[in-house]
Write a protein that binds this ligand. Structure first.
Ligand code: G3H
Ligand code: 13P
Ligand code: ZN
Length: 311
């Protein structure tokens, strides 16, 4: 099955009250771990590449890795640009084989965000590529940009119809209290999401796919594994899985997960090297790391997203 865009998968997810996992990819082991889980569970997925990933691994290497995964994995897979920050970056990914792009103008003022998203949608749509935009601003770290809690802002539901209508985008990322990275809430703080905002957005945009960024649960097992093997991570808190399940039953059709993969991979490599201090063949520690990615993605698909057997 060739790479697909996200149109059908998001529509089916909306109608079926589940969500598609959008997993960040940076290298071969991550692509293989994710797609092994998708194949085994017959689940569609979005493989997403950030500007930082593209800088690290190079556009050609990443697209070729995803092309290989598509040959090996008989389920719908989309290749998506995560947090594109300019028209030029989106254009380069559209011209270079991506089937979906995010234009993230959430740092711009409202009218500039609209103008940029509209320009990307007008370029993408005739080429069969879907566009995600963001309204509201998440806290946390993406690439080298650190948005502090006081600079973050919830999505204003009163703006969403106007934004979607004037931009022509196909999905909308909203800010309801999730954030990027491993430190989403302060120690002792009870994780909370603004489901009231999500409900209001859903009411104003019936049938329209909503995206949740910053949706890692920060599985304690992996933070403990990192710290038990020489790491020094302070208390890390993520989004409880039951909240993600609830969001997936609502208008949220795409759930972005990166930090959980990073933690699983790093914890596993640290443990392996700690237990096998004389080993130095990268295949020895990357094999269990790839297996850890496969297991965490399998867990997300079957118990959080609900996308198993929806291929
Ligand atoms: O939202 C950000 C993703 O976790 C990607 O992170 O920009 O460091 O690759 P990155
Ligand atoms: P996490 O940092 O919670 O995994 O979020 C990833 C993300 O939103 C990628 O766009
Ligand atoms: Zn994000």
């Amino acid at each position: 099955m060739p790479l697909v865009n996200t149109k059908d998968m998001l529509k089916k997810a909306y109608e079926g009250n589940y969500a598609i996992g959008a997993f960040n990819v940076n290298n071969m082991e991550i692509v293989q771990g994710i797609t092994k889980a998708c194949k085994e569970l017959n689940s569609p997925a979005i493989l997403q590449v950030s500007a930082g990933a593209r800088k690290y691994a190079n556009h050609t290497y990443l697209t070729k890795l995803v092309e290989a995964a598509v040959i090996e994995t008989p389920v719908p897979l989309a290749l998506h640009l995560d947090h594109g920050d300019s028209f030029e970056l989106c254009k380069s990914c559209i011209d270079g084989g991506f089937t979906s792009v995010m234009i993230d103008g959430s740092h711009l003022d409202y009218e500039d965000n609209i103008a940029l998203a509209k320009k990307v949608a007008e370029y993408a749509h005739p080429r069969g590529v879907e566009v995600e935009a963001e309204l509201g601003r998440l806290a946390g770290i993406e690439d080298d940009v650190n948005v502090s809690l006081d600079k973050a802002s919830y999505t204003d539901p009163a703006q969403v119809e106007d934004f979607v209508e004037r931009t022509g985008v196909d999905s909308l990322a909203i800010a309801i209290g999730t954030s990027h990275g491993a430190y989403k809430f302060k120690p002792g703080q009870k994780p909370q999401l603004r489901f009231d905002i999500l409900k209001e957005v859903e009411k104003r945009l019936p049938g329209f796919p909503i995206v949740l960024h910053g949706a890692s649960s920060v599985i304690p097992e992996f933070v403990e594994m990192i710290n038990a093997n020489g790491g020094q991570m302070p208390d890390a808190i993520g989004i409880p899985e039951e909240m993600l399940r609830e969001a997936a039953k609502m208008a949220v059709c795409k759930i972005n997960i990166d930090s959980d993969l990073r933690l699983a991979m790093t914890g596993t490599i640290r443990k392996y090297l700690n237990e096998n201090p004389s080993h130095f063949d990268p295949r020895q520690y990357l094999s269990p790391a790839r297996e850890a990615i496969y297991k965490i993605v399998s867990h997300k698909i079957s118990t959080v997203l609900g996308s198993a057997n929806k291929a």
